[in-house]
Design a protein around this ligand. Structure first.
Ligand SMILES: Cc1cc2nc3c(=O)[nH]c(=O)nc-3n(C[C@H](O)[C@H](O)[C@H](O)COP(=O)(O)O)c2cc1C
Length: 141
């Protein structure tokens, strides 16, 4: 089976609330388990960044579905590559809501002094997400 890893950036639609984000996560975790998909979702008031991993077919199918979801807009693919091993093996969909505390981590992976998640390349984004996923108290889900 060819394993793929895809990352994208998007902006929450006007009116998308934290309760919508909780719904997204609940469904994502159920469905991803069924389709052997893993990954991580970062959320900030002005953006989503998600990494999806799984078979090439499952990742493509899910990305098509996600791209039509009205709860976000302006989807931009950051990168997509074939991988030998998953980075988020234990996470059906990890989640972290980003606040200013994450800025220091972001700065380390950014080439500009005003770091923006959308400017990261795919590998840096995966490394940053793995680092954030190790935050104290965060359990794989
Ligand atoms: C930012 C974002 C991330 C999402 N991530 C996932 C995901 O990882 N897995 C998933 O099944 N659905 C995810 N969804 C929800 C899908 O777009 C879709 O609503 C869900 O899979 C249910 O699809 P269906 O009932 O139409 O089959 C996400 C939606 C958004 C807006």
């Amino acid at each position: 089976m060819v394993l793929s890893q895809l990352s994208y950036f998007s902006r929450p639609s006007a009116g998308t609330t934290m309760s919508d984000v909780e719904d997204i996560l609940r469904v994502a975790r159920e469905r991803n388990l069924e389709s052997c998909l893993t990954g991580f979702l970062l959320y900030r008031h002005d953006c989503f960044v998600q990494v999806l991993e799984g078979s090439r077919e499952a990742v493509s199918r899910l990305f098509c579905k996600i791209s039509e979801d009205p709860r976000h807009r302006d989807l931009t693919i950051i990168g997509c590559k074939q991988i030998d091993r998953r980075a988020f093996t234990d996470w059906s969909m990890g989640f972290l809501s980003l606040r200013d505390a994450s800025r220091q981590s972001l700065l380390r992976y950014s080439t500009t002094s005003e770091p923006e998640l959308v400017q990261l390349d795919h590998d840096s984004l995966v490394q940053l997400t793995l680092e954030l996923a190790e935050a104290p108290g965060l359990q794989p889900v």
